[in-house]
Design a protein. Sequence first.
Length: 403
Amino acid sequence: MSELIYFDNNATTAIAPEVLEAMLPYLSAQYANPSSMYSFAAVSQDALIVAHEQVAALLGAKPGETMMTSCGTEGDSTAIYAALEAQPDKRRFITTRVEHPAVLAVGQHLEKKGYDVVYLDVDAKGRLDLDQLRDSLNGNTALVSVMFANNEVGNIYPVAEIGALCRERGVPFHTDAVQAVGKVPINLADLPVDYLSLSGHKLHAPKGVGCLYIRVGAPYRPFLRGGHQEYGRRAGTQAVPNIVALGKACELARQHLEEENTRVRALRDDLQARLLAVIPDAIVNGDQEQRLPNTLNISFKYVEGEAILLMLDQYNICASSGSACTSGSLEPSHELRAMGVPFTYAHGSLRLSLSRYTSQADVDAVVDRLPAIIARLRELSPYRNLPESIDPGSCEACGACAG
């Protein structure tokens, strides 16, 4: 098989060599429980202190405001439930229709528990209407949760403005920054954010570690109860190797922020321009002005995203599709549906996400292979000859049954 060409960094990233080197001692010789009292454990204790400092430095936070978690999903759930439990008399939760399932699923669960859950809409470019947020805030609002950047189309949301609106009304604000941390500058000392969650495997640390920022004074009740770990905010023996890895990854991310926003952005823009130039009936999804520097979500008319992925895989090219096959039926992602992307395009969406390890040769390989793949799939498409008056998602277009 040819060399791997990896364009799925919004799903997960390769562990940086420096990160692996930093964590290895804590997988072997330095195996002590950091909560133990003897000097052997002090090495692990000190390593945790350093990791908190490294993560805080990337976020512009204080080390005491960082709480290590197992992943971004845990961080999201912890922030939401901690804020709600600390304010039991408030029953409104505000989020958006384009959040990651780690937040949307919590919102759906809260609805079943009797909470008033508001899902903010987005326009055709995936942008929020802050007036809708302003109108939704009331004295019964316990928390607002809006992602920092979208995992699928890469939109960066106006976190400072959202936080300011929340602070004016005295409402805590959480942001899922899993896709943003390490890709764009974040300074929580200047942002009106109460909780921020991140995940290590999105910035070249291993899976199984994350962090939740909790602003001093923000409403909080522990989600996991038991021991005294993480300043009494999250019980459970710390995964020292992974936490050390996250700290090192955050240190490296600080060093590479400029590269993410210059070289990586230039590669993404080159990829986008060349694909649009050679493939007809293609559109870029999302807000191209306020977007992560590494993310391109592009849709091709009259093809299926899964088929694109299968054919790319034959050339050892890894990417992801905006449409997911669930319960035996193809359906475009909830983000693209919320944006109103036409059916004929939404099913053929492809997310190409880069990292600092992406090369010009990787971009060239995609540009060389993808046009022929799209052309071949369009030849086979049952939709390409449908009249424009017929919705390709309708029964009329399908014709598989009498109903």
